[in-house]
Design a protein around this ligand. Structure first.
Ligand SMILES: [Mg+2]
Length: 241
């Protein structure tokens, strides 16, 4: 199945010349095992940094994620943490569990216009992961949490910095994400929005930050800010090339 929901007209599609992709769980299929590595390293770092027991560190990590957009942002805002060590530590993970998708490479390469990566992780993480997936050379630029002054999606200010940095005209842009809430501002700005879901079970994550938002059951009511919902990004991109 390539699209569970699609209300984009061919006319709208033909106007798109800027293709913006989130990284994690978007450019590769939602992967619980891969995310678990980063998740665990965040808990370890927070436990050590704040001298907390692992369970309490994990609770705080998820509270900050929900409230501040990323756990890192909460640690910076509330605890005054320096982001550099945290980012280096949590992104030092084994990439071998992620498999390159040659069809996705072909489809992204064929998109007419600029392709950009926009992640709440670091730019170094974007480069490592996208290089491992054999996709990095297809992109014209990448934007990480440090590029947006550590203000994470879904906060409006970071999208404004992104648009300014890359000279993006929202009316001609399409935004691909696995996070429902990260697509609200792009939609509000006038971008077309594509939610990439997976069949992975994310029920252990807080509901409103779950990849795919748990929206992988056909027929569920769809948030109004989503134009497309697909569990097969490469398959759906065939519409755009
Ligand atoms: Mg993501």
């Amino acid at each position: 199945m390539s699209a569970q929901f699609d209300r984009l007209s061919a006319g709208r599609l033909s106007q798109i010349d800027t293709w913006i992709f989130d990284l994690d769980n978007t450019l590769y299929e939602g992967d619980v095992a891969f995310f678990a590595q980063i998740d665990k390293k965040m808990t370890e770092f927070i436990a050590r940094y704040l001298s907390l027991k692992p369970d309490n560190a994990r609770m705080l990590q998820k509270e900050y994620l929900v409230e501040y957009g990323t756990s890192l942002s909460g640690l910076m805002a509330v605890n005054g943490m320096d982001p550099a060590d945290f980012l280096d530590y949590v992104h030092d993970v084994d990439l071998s569990v992620l498999r390159p998708n040659p069809v996705l490479r072909e489809r992204i390469a064929a998109l007419p216009g600029r392709k950009l990566i926009y992640t709440n992780g670091s730019r170094g993480h974007a480069k490592n992961v996208a290089t491992h997936l054999n996709l990095f050379d297809l992109f014209d630029g990448s934007f990480g949490i440090e590029t947006g002054n550590y203000i994470p999606k879904p906060k409006r200010e970071t999208y404004e910095i992104f648009n300014k940095d890359f000279g993006v005209d929202p009316a001609r842009a399409m935004f691909f994400e696995d996070s429902v809430r990260n697509l609200a501002v792009p939609h509000d700005m006038g971008m077309a929005t594509v939610l990439v879901t997976s069949m992975a079970d994310w029920s252990h994550e807080p509901a409103d930050v779950r990849p795919g938002g748990g929206l992988h059951v056909k027929g569920e009511p769809q948030p109004a800010h989503l134009d497309v919902i697909t569990d097969d990004l490469a398959g759906w991109l065939a519409r755009c090339v």
